[in-house]
Design a protein around this ligand. Sequence first.
Ligand code: C2E
Ligand code: MG
Ligand code: MG
Length: 714
Amino acid sequence: MFESNGAPGNGVRFAPRENPISQFVNGFEEATTAFLCRYTGEEPPPNMDQRIRDALEQSLLDPCDISLIPCDRRTCICLATPLSRQPFDPLHVHSLLDQMRRKLAQPEAPEAGSEGAERLQIMPLALVSSVGLLQENLEELSELLDMLVNRRLNVQFQAIVHLNSGQVFGYEALMRVPQSGVLRRPGALISAADRARLVSWVDIACQEICFTRASQTGIKAHLFMNMDAEGLDFVHETDRTLADRAAESSISPRQIVLELTERQTVEDFPRLVHYIEELRRQGFKIAIDDAGAGYSSLHTIAELRPDFVKIDRSLVRSIENSGTRRALLATLNRYAMQIGAAVIAEGIETRDELAVVMEIGVTYGQGYLLSRPNDGFRSLRREIRDLLEEHVARRRLRLGSSPFPVGKAARVGLSFPPETPIETIANKLQKNPDIESVVILAEERIEGLVMRERLAQAVSSDPDCLSRPISTLMDCQPLIVDAETSLEQVAKQVAYRRGMRFHHDVIVADNGVYAGVLPVRALLETITDLKVNRARHIHPITGLPDRIAFEQEASLRLSQGRPTVVAFGDIRHFRAFLNAYGVEHADESLRKAAGAIQDALAEHPHADPFLAQGDYDHFYLLMAPERAEAVCREIVRRFDEAAREVYAAEQSRQGYLETKDAHGQTRRSPLFCLRLAGVSSRRQPIHHLAQALDLVRRMLPRVQTTQGSAYLLE
Ligand code: C2E
Ligand code: MG
Ligand code: MG
């Protein structure tokens, strides 16, 4: 087939600046349209170039000069210049390509069969509108062709992390380019490929490397692959679908997340939606990349129904200093959840950015802080896992007992592999009348859900179906929620879901791994119960659990025999502060003080702390004895810091407050501070809570607060 400039076989190199490219440059005129043709099978048939020429000639509307420039055995550039020297209409180029593809897919003669011909991929190399650009950037183009044809591209992998568990959920494949030429950055290469309409070729090259590497290492995490929206058209038209190519490396489409970026506005949106639906049917998951960067509107996001929304780094950068970006991220996060998509915050570089992202409740994160792009599939460093754990604890405390994660309400359901006969499952459901659904799992991955109702309908309308595999009945897009999602959020997702009923089940996954099911009915009942219970046991000023909630928790810990410190604290001189500043400021200050205690506790998640509020300025605290000293030290430090901030600057500097008493006498009152006393069940047996509280109340007068907040542990 295509002549090469060396011996055929693996050793063939494409010398871009000498041979094909100079031919290309010399043959290129103002009115020329070029196509890159590549045979993707093993051995190209001998008459391939003639067939390309014939197909092109038969598809042309006007007579043209045609030349074929061989690049390697399987690749050539095909130039067509109309004799009239009038360039093709861009629309004509598309229909021309369509026709050529069709012609090449037809068998040459009935006995010759169609094999081989169908494996030809054709890409328009430059549409007429970009000829000028192309000529200006020949160096760029030659490099690009060289990389593609000689496979000089590489791929690195960057971890996408489930922030609550610190587990790697997947890896994004990022293209890497040789550092010798003009296209050293992936962005530059993608722009060059964009101009030459070759992005899909780049994508395919990267996908192939990615599949090979993933199958060599046998990783089970998800693979996130970038894909140009325009390129979807192309993927659809090649003979080997993406699913075929993945399957050749034993990778299931369910392991793959396709990241779509809209670099240009998509001209034919319904067509894009159609392709995405098709890919989804094959099991691929879809992510919208760079959301918030201005490419994709909320409307586009909703229409494409992605599984993931990746928030662009421009929104995450220094988010701790920008109320606007923070509000935008929170809104996008809420919106994504409502349409059933999980959010991934991209480009997290600093601890402060991570803190805000986690505070907002974003599920997944990616960025240099967590892990840099790497040649292999790395897991997270210990230090980063600890940091994530600390943030999770902080968030839980800050929110008090308010969000109840769906994972806590989920039940263990029935699960089966996709090939299980329908009959086996029908029998199982008959024996378990309380179970409404079965989850279909391939290894640990969730493949789908079958509701009892659906199975019953299928069996009654076609009894022969009993021998068929259950995968033929399953809903491939059940509602899957992360175990950490709050019940209220899940209820919102259910409400947004078309066709979801009271007796349906939601699947709960922990970092993508199946964890259980939750019937919609149970979900709503739990929410109602919790609301009633919570309203009863929340302190109205700080939102902390109240004394009753504390008594329940303390009794539970003591009855389980868990070593526990029971502590009680009051705020000294708070009355004077309240009298001087008024109730509103005092309440606000109390909230700040409680926040400072919560921040201190969040630094010590292993102490398993539980904080509650008693009367106005009283706090109760439970924690594990091992870290009690460190916890109390931190509480005292942070409390004083917060206290100083709520006084007027002068009083804070003086260290006291001047007030008048009932007789008009001026009195000095020290700044308010916390005194905290705790007893450990390790040091003295605690039989019941009242005994412990009695002990600590009696200890309080011994806590020395002349220098500010202080504590005493016994
Ligand atoms: P993207 O898909 O949004 O990928 C994320 C980019 O952010 C990557 O840049 C990654 O290295 C970078 N990044 C990750 N963490 C951080 C961080 O903490 N701070 C900063 N400043 N950057 C971070 P990269 O590798 O240079 O890729 C740039 C873009 O090129 C990608 O953006 C993607 O749109 C495109 N691209 C990369 N590989 C492919 C590919 O195989 N096909 C296609 N079509 N596009 C690709
Ligand atoms: Mg991406
Ligand atoms: Mg991105």
